[in-house]
Write a protein that binds this ligand. Structure first.
Ligand SMILES: [Zn+2]
Length: 220
């Protein structure tokens, strides 16, 4: 079975892909009624360029919402990479190889960005022309709390201690995530910015915790 047939077989299973746009194939020039995000020309089976300027949600074929389903996102990611992986194009034309490399790294970037609640939020703000200002005012007491948490993570020795801190911190991020979702839903971008600037601190603690978990060789 050709890659294309495989793809269309998969596509048929997912109604989210059932969206058509008209393209001209860069290779054979024919019009292609392309499923979005279909990857290949239906005439000559050549890989197509990613749609220019398409946002990461559309690129990944998931609904554009802050409450994106991480399992669905992961599934889409695997599906796309299955077809786009540059190894699959080793025997194809040079230009196809280059497109697959670019497309594949774009999909990696989109996946990474949408997977984490912080980067997803920042990305959605950017789609709305907003950014988190560098010098957001932060409550002094909150900063103290964060500094103390940092020290706790640094001095945590046992697996039990670090996993308890992990759980506590993940719960904080989860709670903020819910608030960000509501703020996006209500179109309150000022509040989104405020919440995400707080989430930044917990995301950095999370990084610290995950590094510690890895260095301690804890298997979860
Ligand atoms: Zn073609």
């Amino acid at each position: 079975m050709s890659i294309r047939n495989l793809l269309f077989k998969d596509v048929a299973k997912h109604s989210i892909y059932q969206q058509y746009r008209l393209f001209s194939c860069w290779s054979c020039g024919k019009d292609v009624q392309r499923l979005v995000p279909a990857l290949f020309c239906g005439h000559c089976n050549t890989i197509q360029h990613p749609v220019k300027g398409e946002n990461y949600f559309k690129l990944m074929g998931v609904s554009e919402t802050y409450d994106v389903d991480e399992n669905v996102l992961a599934k889409k990611y695997k599906e796309l990479q299955k077809y786009l992986h540059p190894d699959k194009f080793a025997s194809r034309a040079r230009e196809e190889q280059e497109i697959s490399e670019r497309y594949s790294s774009l999909v990696n970037e989109a996946y990474k960005t949408l997977l984490e609640p912080l980067t997803r939020g920042i990305y959605m703000l950017r789609l709305r022309g907003k950014d988190i200002p560098e010098n957001t005012e932060v409550d002094q007491q909150f900063l103290m709390e964060i500094m103390e948490k940092n020290e706790e993570v640094e001095s945590a020795q046992s697996e039990e201690e670090i996993m308890a801190l992990n759980e506590e911190n993940k719960a904080k991020i989860k709670k903020l995530q819910k608030q960000v979702s509501i703020a996006f839903f209500e179109g309150d971008l000022k509040r989104v910015i405020k919440l995400l600037s707080v989430m930044k601190y917990y995301a950095s603690i999370d990084n610290q915790i995950q590094t510690s978990i890895r260095s301690k060789g804890i298997i979860r």
